[in-house]
Design a protein around this ligand. Structure first.
Ligand SMILES: Cc1cc2nc3c(=O)[nH]c(=O)nc-3n(C[C@H](O)[C@H](O)[C@H](O)COP(=O)(O)O)c2cc1C
Length: 318
């Protein structure tokens, strides 16, 4: 492998390639997670709002499928957060915890005492600085191009500002779906990348084929951010649900009404295949994804393309 693609994050986590599969609620279960870890990346189980015993079952099923490092994402606003953390601590196989929607400060000691690396997802410099102060081992800087819940800034300005503000390794997320994206992220100072949308369109991803096809058929303008009025903006495919949601927002629906309207909709698309009335979370990079492939091919193609791109840039510089 080209040296530039082997970064300290590979050594810290014991992974071959600096590629994380972002946690995705209703999407990243033992099938996708183990496939990514087996292929040399870092698979991450999504816990979302699921109960602790459900998450523990996903950990047990992943342990059966891979001996390589994998992670669990803890959604700190989940009503089951304490149970999820206890489940994680019962399993030495979990080497990494990524966190979202809050401050993992009060759980830091527990994770560290078990040798678990804590990698929060951040979308601003202020939050990155706070996470460094509480002892985060690395951070995922996630830009607004991402699928799912998003912050305000795009990756291009976000990643270098966070890289400059903190001294831990930064993983870039949002808008990355090929080798060019990895090289660009590294040029911005990232030590690795996290991809979500690219991994949905994989053979191993355990969701409806309709959802995957929605990604394959997307173009550059197929997504939209809804939910600004709720304070929890989400990037989704522009479909019937998104249009109805935006109409309700424009008509001044309350936060509670909007939350009620959105409840269960990701599951509807991911598990039942209703991609018109369900929430098809996907990033702007969906327009670059034209094929459903096995995870191993996704990762090896990306690494090959990144290596070629690095060599091309080096040759141009001479
Ligand atoms: C369907 C879907 C569900 C997601 N769920 C979560 C989640 O539960 N926790 C989390 O931290 N990030 C979640 N994300 C964000 C991803 O982990 C990842 O950071 C993001 O997809 C990267 O951007 P990309 O889609 O452009 O690759 C989700 C993304 C998608 C597309």
């Amino acid at each position: 492998m080209v040296k530039a693609l082997h970064t300290e994050i590979c050594d810290i986590l014991g992974i071959r390639y600096p590629i994380f599969q972002g946690a995705m609620a209703w999407v990243s279960d033992e099938f996708l997670v183990s496939a990514v870890s087996e292929a040399g990346g870092l698979g991450i189980i999504a816990s979302g709002n699921a109960p602790g015993d459900w998450v523990e079952q996903r950990i047990i099923e992943t342990e059966k499928r891979t001996k390589k490092p994998f992670g669990v994402n803890v959604m700190l606003l989940s009503p089951f957060v304490e149970d999820v953390i206890e489940a994680i601590l019962r399993h030495d196989s979990v080497k990494v915890v990524t966190t979202g929607a809050g401050n993992p400060g009060k759980y830091m000691e527990k994770f560290k005492s078990r040798g678990i690396k804590v990698i929060p997802v951040v979308a601003s410099v202020a939050l990155a600085k706070r996470m460094e102060r509480i002892g985060a081992d690395a951070m995922i800087a996630e830009g607004n191009e991402s699928g799912g819940h998003v912050g305000q800034l795009n990756s291009m300005p976000l990643v270098p500002q966070i890289v400059d503000a903190v001294s831990v390794p930064i993983i870039a997320a949002g808008g990355i779906a090929d080798g060019r994206g990895i090289v660009a992220a590294m040029a911005l100072g990232a030590k690795g990348v996290q991809m979500g949308t690219r991994f949905i369109a994989s053979t191993e991803c355990n969701i409806s084929d309709e959802y995957k096809q929605k990604i394959i058929s997307a173009n550059d303008r197929s997504t939209v951010v809804t939910g600004n009025a709720t304070g929890h903006p989400v990037r989704v495919a522009k479909n019937r649900l998104a249009r109805e949601f935006m109409k309700l927002e424009a008509e001044g629906a309350t936060k509670e009404q909007l939350e009620e309207f959105g409840r269960g909709k990701l599951q509807l698309a991911a598990k039942e295949g209703d991609v018109q009335n369900g929430s098809v979370m996907m990033g702007q990079c969906a327009g670059m994804i034209n094929e459903i492939k096995p995870v191993k091919a996704i990762i090896s193609d990306i690494i090959k393309q990144a290596e070629e791109k690095v060599k091309e840039l080096c040759n141009q510089a001479l």
